[in-house]
Design a binder for this molecule. Structure first.
Ligand SMILES: [Zn+2]
Length: 143
């Protein structure tokens, strides 16, 4: 396990703020690891803290403990390309996240993982709102 990041964040900021921030990161990927899609259990620094990487949203991604630990202090793209679960769409998502374009990152992740539904989005699924043959009956009943 590789939990230095969590300890560092908790030391830096008030705990509640950090917890909310971490939750918001996890919710953007639907609580899944940005690298492999497994449940995200930690926050990984894209640019490692030991090389000056900051604890800001652009540098912090939800990751499972396995990916977080195996990546360690390697360059994120070098490391990711060598993984058997490598997905170019996820690599693009990581790049977009780094650039601060979280909307694009989320869209790319949804492309890589179609069943992904970000928990920040509580609007109904558009597919569930498709018009059907009962619409006419409904409007008649409502009138
Ligand atoms: Zn992972």
């Amino acid at each position: 396990m590789h939990n230095r990041d969590a300890v560092f964040l908790d030391e830096l900021c008030p705990k509640l703020r950090v917890r909310r921030w971490r939750q918001s990161l996890h919710s953007r990927t639907g609580q899944s690891c940005i690298y492999c899609g497994n449940p995200s259990e930690s926050i990984d620094h894209l640019h490692p803290q030991c090389r000056g990487g900051l604890s800001i949203t652009e540098n912090c991604v939800p990751a499972c403990l396995s990916c977080n630990g195996r990546k360690s202090d390697a360059d994120v793209f070098d490391w990711y390309r060598r993984q058997r679960f490598y997905d170019p769409r996820r690599a693009m998502a990581i790049r977009a996240w780094m650039d601060g374009d979280l909307r694009l990152a989320m869209r790319l992740l949804q492309w890589a993982q179609p069943d992904l539904s970000p928990t920040t989005n509580d609007r109904p699924n558009p597919a569930a709102l498709k018009p059907n043959s009962h619409d006419a009956d409904w409007s008649w009943q409502a009138a």
